[in-house]
Design a protein around this ligand. Structure first.
Ligand SMILES: Cc1cc2nc3c(=O)[nH]c(=O)nc-3n(C[C@H](O)[C@H](O)[C@H](O)COP(=O)(O)OP(=O)(O)OC[C@H]3O[C@@H](n4cnc5c(N)ncnc54)[C@H](O)[C@@H]3O)c2cc1C
Ligand code: FES
Length: 280
């Protein structure tokens, strides 16, 4: 599979599941075998047996340590509500890792990471794996209470839509997450700069717009609704440009990471983007 780690399907066991900020839960699942992934890949989660949801739900991998895989999630509906109730010891179905990851850095590359809301895990995983001095990691949230401060060390630049709930000793800039980079003159120019972004559509549009103005390559991770997660149901189709032609691609198998320049729907709206906030 294109050098991607082979996906596994297994039933794991919840070892920890709880809030790490006012909005985000972290779920750690112990598997019966070693789990490896590339930053940007995701897993499909479900409950096994009679409690199984009709469709598994996709979540980016936050981290993996030997046989433990971790995800970070926000409760938005029935599936994530059920997940929040999974106590340690409960079984969880895991399928993954799936999808096209963010690329590894090449020599001399500067990487700018932008994560908004639940778009944090892929850029967090990239930073943990490959981040170096000179790379820039940014996260945007609605307010300081939402920020998982324990995960994001000093180098992370944080933006919040509204001030408040920022812990003593930590800093957050009020505004959209792209402004954390837009104001940084040291990052101007640079064909060797690559921007990696994940978050709500306004953030992705603003990221694509910023990259275009700076002449940077921009890769975005999309969060489409998914059915199967591995290219069969065609429930996650996105339009992708190949030269002058536009074809349908699956977000789950061909993505979720795409070159922003190849996404006509993102590009069409990017010029008018005025947001980069974290309203996931
Ligand atoms: C590749 C990928 C990676 C993802 N990674 C994460 C992650 O790391 N953490 C996280 O919290 N969420 C992530 N998501 C989104 C997550 O899959 C949805 O929030 C989840 O499926 C919602 O399930 P639910 O049953 O709680 O909500 P539902 O009851 O199905 O829906 C509740 C609300 O959420 C919206 N929604 C549902 N699914 C999606 C989706 N796939 N994308 C955008 N909006 C959706 C619905 O339109 C509705 O408004 C990811 C999605 C994809 C495709
Ligand atoms: S979710 Fe089934 S093809 Fe993508």
């Amino acid at each position: 599979m294109n050098g991607r780690p082979a996906p596994l399907a297994c039933v794991g066991e919840v070892i920890a599941n709880g809030l790490v900020s006012s909005a985000f839960h972290r779920l750690d699942i112990a598997l019966d075998r070693v789990f490896t992934f590339q930053p940007g890949q995701f897993v499909m989660i479900n409950e096994p047996g009679p409690l199984a949801w009709t469709f598994s739900r996709p979540f980016s991998v936050l981290a993996a340590d030997d046989r433990i895989v971790s995800i970070l999630y926000r409760v938005v509906g029935r599936g994530t509500q059920a997940m929040a109730g999974l106590a340690p010891g409960r079984p969880v179905s895991v399928l993954g890792p799936l999808g096209e990851p963010f690329p590894a850095p090449v020599d001399g590359q500067t990487t700018v990471l932008l994560g908004g809301g639940v778009g944090l895990p892929p850029v967090y995983a990239w930073w943990q794996r490959w981040g170096l001095d000179g790379d820039v990691a940014c996260f945007g949230a609605r307010d300081g209470g939402e920020v998982p401060w324990g995960l994001l060390g000093g180098p992370w630049r944080i933006s919040v839509d509204s001030p408040g709930c920022v812990p003593a000793g930590r800093q957050a800039t009020t505004g959209v997450v792209t402004s954390l980079v837009d104001r940084d003159d040291a990052l101007r120019g640079g064909e060797r700069t690559v921007l990696l972004a994940c978050g709500p559509q306004p953030l992705l549009r603003a990221a694509a717009d910023l990259a275009r103005r700076r002449g940077w390559r921009c890769l975005v991770s999309l969060e489409e609704h998914m059915g199967c997660g591995y290219g069969v149901c065609k429930g996650c189709v996105v339009r992708v440009a190949d030269g002058d032609t536009v074809r349908n691609a699956t977000c789950c198998h061909d993505g979720p990471v795409f070159d922003a320049a190849r996404l006509p729907d993102l590009a069409a709206e990017a010029g008018g983007a005025d947001a980069g906030g974290a309203k996931a």
